[in-house]
Design a protein around this ligand. Sequence first.
Ligand code: SF4
Length: 82
Amino acid sequence: MVKYKVVVNRSLCIACGVAPALCPEVFELGSDTGRNKVVGKYSTELSEEISVGIIPEELHQCAKRGADSCPVSAISVEEVKD
Ligand code: SF4
């Protein structure tokens, strides 16, 4: 099954809320800094600077919508190669 790696550069994020609004299955604003992060269910790494997660294929388009709409290009979504 194809999986995707999502990386949020939280240092760039301006907490506009667009990504969580477009794709709440993958993104949420953190209670720490108020900046975007991958939801706990898919999170593999989290700090104030970065949030990383691995998501299933069915959430790829959802996450991509958030990434494409980010005004500061803080989100990347890439296929995980085996
Ligand atoms: S769209 Fe970009 S700037 Fe807005 S909350 Fe998401 S990561 Fe942050």
